[in-house]
Design a protein around this ligand. Structure first.
Ligand SMILES: N[C@@H](CCC(=O)N[C@@H](CS)C(=O)NCC(=O)O)C(=O)O
Length: 252
């Protein structure tokens, strides 16, 4: 029997921790979402902070999410997935498949960072309210160029892979992460996503299939799935999701 995994992540948001939660949930793996536990049970944010401040054995993580299993402490979202996937049966066997999966997961992680930087273009230490003008400017190119370009790339990957799974014939953690990114973009940028629906039909169908996987469906319906909110990475600020402004032409 495998020991329980311990996930350390902020308790009030999906954030980057969600990519790990989805993998563990899909595999039906035993895990503890430490910071969501009560202090009485040894959980809560203080338990997370203790490790961030070097109060635990093992390597010092820089930021959540990190995963502990026995003496092993693994930091960085895609690194955690790289570790977990073979154990959970969420990646086909062999180095080529693992590296392809990791490459796709890193590209998704880049997009996640870009989505975050749209509402925090100046810096993560400032409130959104203090960088609204810059955010509005950042959102223009994110909506008009980056979402279509990056999702267009993933659509092409999925098409070449046969249309069902990002890695071809087998379901993997990349499908789960892709689901999460599409969900996040649909939540944060609904108008933008409506405009590009026709260009990413396979990704949207993949999202529907992942949501219907029995363990994922049960997870999404449970209170373990934290709703999207304005503290997470994918935030819905209507002012950042406006239709592109048509360039004004001069009346002659
Ligand atoms: N590249 C890291 C980013 C980790 C990260 O930025 N974590 C956020 C929460 S999603 C955090 O708490 N950051 C604190 C900080 O950067 O000071 C990963 O993918 O895990």
């Amino acid at each position: 029997m495998i020991d329980s995994y311990e996930l350390f992540y902020w308790p009030g948001i999906q954030g980057r921790g969600e990519f790990i939660r989805l993998a563990l949930e899909d595999a039906g793996a035993p895990y503890v979402d430490v910071a969501r536990r009560s202090a009485r049970e040894g959980g809560g944010v203080p338990a997370l902070m203790k490790l961030l401040k070097g109060g635990g054995p093992g390597p010092l993580p820089f930021a959540p999410p990190f995963l502990r299993r026995g003496k092993l402490v693994i930091a960085q979202t895609t690194n955690i997935l790289l570790y977990l996937a073979p154990e959970l049966g969420l990646v086909p066997e062999g180095e080529p498949a693992r590296l392809t999966a990791h490459g796709l997961a890193l590209t998704l992680a880049d997009l996640v960072t870009e989505a975050h930087n749209v509402h925090h273009p100046i810096g993560p230490g400032l409130y959104y309210e203090d960088q609204k003008d810059a955010a509005r400017r950042a959102a223009v190119s994110f909506r008009a160029e980056r979402i279509p370009k990056v999702l267009g790339y993933f659509e092409q990957v999925l098409e070449h892979a046969g249309g069902r799974h990002m890695l071809g014939r087998k379901h993997s953690y990349v499908d789960l992460s892709m689901f999460q990114v599409i969900e996040g973009l649909l939540y944060a940028f609904p108008a933008t996503m409506r405009r590009i629906t026709k260009t990413v039909p396979r990704l949207l169908a993949l999202r529907t299939r992942v949501a219907a996987r029995p363990r994922i469906a049960a997870y999404l319906a449970s209170d373990r799935r934290i709703p999207f909110n304005d503290n997470g990475i994918f935030r819905h600020y209507p002012e950042l999701d406006r239709a592109p402004v048509k360039p004004r032409t001069r009346a002659t």
